[in-house]
Design a binder for this molecule. Sequence first.
Ligand code: AMP
Length: 430
Amino acid sequence: MTAGSASGPAVEPTAPTTHASEPSREPRIEARTLKGFSDHLPESAARREWIMATLRKVFSGWGYMPLETPAVEYADVLLGRYGAEAEKLIYRFPDMGGRDVALRYDQTVPFARVIAQYRDLPRPFRRYQFQRVWRGENTGRGREREFTQCDVDVAGSPGVIADAETLCIAAAGFQAIGFERVRVVVNDRTTFDELGLSKGDIITIDKLSKIGEVGVINELARSGHDEADARELLGRLQDAPPPPRLKQVIAAAHDLGIDPGSLVYDPTLARGLDYYTSTILEVVSPDYASGSLGGGGRYDQLIGRFTGRDVPAVGFSFGLERVSDALASIGGLDHVHASPDAVVIPMSTSTLHWAGKVAAAIRAAGRTVAVGTEPDRPLGRQLEGATKLHARFAVIVGEDEASAGTATVRNLSTRDQLTLPLSEVPTRLA
Ligand code: AMP
């Protein structure tokens, strides 16, 4: 469960209250979260961790290395990179020393800064980065103000193989976490240049799936195109064949082993951000209707904004919240649980030493186990606690077990139980 502003109770502040029975205490503070910011309670957090661990395996399997960057950047590092629409959403404020700073809006621009700042990194430099980003969005389903992106990028490689690798990793990542029906949609930004489309036009076309053809034509007409021209322009775009470079990217992706059925060319795919220069891609799923699950592309001029010399780069970003939401909706996360496999229940303080040994043996066998902290509570209460925790087993340790070197394994759903020698306890928890 994700709790907080997205799905939780009232979040807007109300006046603090004092209680007549507690006159000397400070006024109480209402526990609340900001709109667009969420707590991830253990079940949700465990699912997120599982997705990240699975993606990390895929990314490192392709030779990508981890990177982390600060949450706060100098504002001038971020500004002027994304385009005016996007930049309205940047959290920007003066810090304690009066410096003009901003919260990370994505991980691509900080990556570009890192490439520019550390000149002796290997080239091509492949990195993955899983961190939070912040955007002052109008919130809604799939639209948070704080969310986590799982990015892969490679800098220093101008050729089509790097683009192809990005397509393959996007497909491999979604496949590894259990999506069977995702589509990697590709296009090339140069298609727009050839048709003489402006940045504003691109932002309008990016809304095609949201507002439909009529909506796009009307918006193009409002921004200065003649209505008939707008209609003709959209038609020409929809019929545009893939540019030669994109054809090579697609062929290389086939060579690198992508499932050809998962790759779709769409000349109307636009992507909102300014910094893309060539290949652009987005991953969509019929199981998720609130936007793309991930997006990326090639940005050959972004790093040059810091170095004065262009360094080609391409990458892709998985949006963790949307991916988690979509996967949960098809039951793809039902196997992930936050709770420990078992709770060891000492029936009195004098059996704690044996309970500790039993728990250590269970952990050594790779299972997860918590030890009851209230040995003097009645067994029934301790079992209730273990059930509420959603542990599957209780491992009961009384005086008899402690003196015989055994433990009693109880299945908390069937209530079957069996006393076993310690060496057999861990296998019983399977
Ligand atoms: P972008 O950096 O805008 O290309 O977005 C990359 C991915 O991040 C998208 O495909 C989404 O999965 C995710 N994403 C973007 N904006 C949001 C948001 N406001 N809330 C949650 N996820 C988002």
